[in-house]
Structure formats: C-alpha cells, structure tokens
Unconditional design. Structure first.
Length: 218
C-alpha cells in the first residue's frame, strides 16, 4: 500500500489527523518520520496500531501514553519514498509533507532556489513515476516559519498538554521529558509562539495600532 493513501485511509477511518512533523534520512534506503497523531475521540493509540497493521512502515515506535490519548507522537521508519528521493536529489526543501493526512488536498509546498532547480525536481519526480504540476509561485518571507526544532518541541508540548488549562506539566517538568534545559525550552517556545501568533494574526487580519489591537475586516 502506498504510504500516502495508507496514512489517509487509517486517519479517516478513525476521524483522526496524522501529521508528519519532521523527517530525517537514516541510511541510504530508509527514512524516519516524526508523526503527530491527533484523535478527538481518544483513539490515537488505535490509529498507531492500525498504521502498524497496514504495513505502511517498516517499524513504528510510540512512547507510553494514557489509555485513550487524544494526541500522541511516534517515530516511523520506512523505505525512502520516490517523492522524498526526488526532493533529496534536486536539493529542494519541503515546506509541507504529502504524507500528512492534514495536508491531503493534493497540494505540496516546496522551497526551490530558482527555475532550474524546479525543472530538475519535476524531472526527477517524473522519473519516480510521480506526476506533478506547478500550481503557483511566490516569494519567501524570512523568519516567518517555524524551524524543524521549533516545530518538534511545540508539537511535544501540545501533545503533553503543556498549553491546556490547567497545565499537565510545568516548564521544568516538560523540559525533563523533552531533555533540554528549562531556559532553552522557554526560549524555543517563546520564539515558536510568536511566529504562530503572527501567522494567526495575519490570517485573521488583526493588526496592532498604537499599542492596541483592532480587527480589520475586508
């Protein structure tokens, strides 16, 4: 079963969202996906079990969680997909992941340095049997996107209930679970929160005027 289709089918079966937070090369053949599973019905563990049973991944690891968690992070290992190989060979960067069920709209956002790199990527995708077309081009604003580290730590904080009220863990307890110093964790979370809130404000058309916020309606 194709990983893209398989992940989406399992997620839809449980009414869950499966998001690839980050990915890394393990060796010449394998990749590791850091996956966030979100299930409003508390079936995150069942979603992960189904992903195992479908044989989508060669290996999948999940930490111990409560009996019916609504969120869970896991690490999955699979043969490097053709799409990922094409990106690697062309030198492009993924800004979204086609294997995330939450992004299963057929769109895939990438960062390329110029038209030649884009042509090379499209050629390599074609070699891998992947048919793709350019839906649009836009410039890149620096500093408005979360780094992979910010994304990973923010996802862990969310999955562990750090932002819930009341919080499940203090900053110090969270830092112990993640394995970094509280001061470092605080800096990473603040930077990530600022970017997330700035993006939300832009989408909601909220601007700051004279130290106060007001809503601007189109």
């Amino acid at each position: 079963m194709d990983a893209t289709t398989g992940i989406q089918e399992v997620a839809k079966k449980h009414g869950a969202t499966v998001t690839v937070v980050d990915c890394k090369d393990l060796n010449k053949k394998d990749m590791a996906f850091l996956i966030d599973v979100s299930s409003p019905s508390g079936a995150a563990t069942r979603v992960i079990a189904d992903l195992k049973e479908q044989g989508i991944f060669k290996k999948i690891y999940a930490g111990e969680t409560e009996e019916r968690p609504s969120k869970s992070l896991c690490l999955a290992v699979l043969n490097r997909p053709g799409i990922c190989q094409a990106v690697l060979d062309s030198g492009a960067f993924c800004l979204s992941c086609p294997y995330s069920e939450s992004e299963g709209d057929g769109k895939w956002r990438l960062l390329v340095k110029d038209s030649e790199q884009l042509k090379a990527l499209l050629g390599r995708l074609d070699d891998q049997g992947v048919k793709a077309s350019v839906g649009g081009l836009s410039g890149v604003k620096r500093g408005d996107r979360l780094t992979s580290r910010q994304t990973e730590i923010l996802a862990r904080a969310i999955s562990l209930g750090y932002f819930e009220f009341p919080r499940r863990f203090s900053l110090t307890e969270l830092s112990q679970k993640i394995g970094i110093k509280p001061s470092t964790l605080s800096q990473v979370l603040r930077a990530a929160e600022e970017k997330v809130m700035a993006k939300y404000a832009a989408e909601m058309k909220i601007s700051k005027v004279a130290g106060q916020q007001r809503e601007i309606f189109a």
